[in-house]
Design a protein around this ligand. Sequence first.
Ligand code: AMP
Length: 210
Amino acid sequence: MSKVFETKRPAIILLGAPGSGKGTQGKILGKIPRFFHCECGNVFRSLDTRTPLGQKFVEYSSRGELVPDELTVELWKTQVANWSDMHLYKADIDYLVLDGIPRNVAQAQYMGNFVQIEQVFHLSCPNRAELARRMRKRALKDNRIDDANEVVIQRRIATYEEETKPILDFFPSEIICEIDATKPPVQVINQITSVILQLPSYKESEGRII
Ligand code: AMP
């Protein structure tokens, strides 16, 4: 088994409703050396839909619901270990950028056993109509069936409110950074990187030449 979780490595969480821009920001961060973008929804979408796990994903995501926790966290652990074994995610020097996971308090608790959550960025967009508009747009561009159906869109937003948002009360407020997700992406990434540059773990690693 991979040694990736032998010590808890630093991770940051991008938390926000579907359509809040987590994926956009995660992809940008993932282009920067020493940051590794871990997008849970994409890991699920890459599964072979003929497998039992792939079928579970289709079953739950097509209703706008979360895949059960045991399946999700196991998949996450296996995938991170695979990325590490392939030297794509370099656990000794990379920040793990968690996008779309954890999605509820139970997942957050579980993941805390394996990674050190240093910062949570809450991409806040109280305007639910704007979120739905972004999802409809994404459905057309990225061929996302779960974002195309109006009932599923509303269910996804409700799932976020009911299950994901309570994560904000689980973590200490000192590590939560509120971000206005309606701002242009360049402003959002600017705010995120400014906070990362001040993290003690980042400052400590800054001078290290690798
Ligand atoms: P996303 O691309 O992040 O919007 O995720 C698409 C779908 O994948 C979600 O609606 C869920 O059905 C499933 N999913 C993604 N991440 C998780 C997670 N951490 N826990 C449970 N289900 C998830």
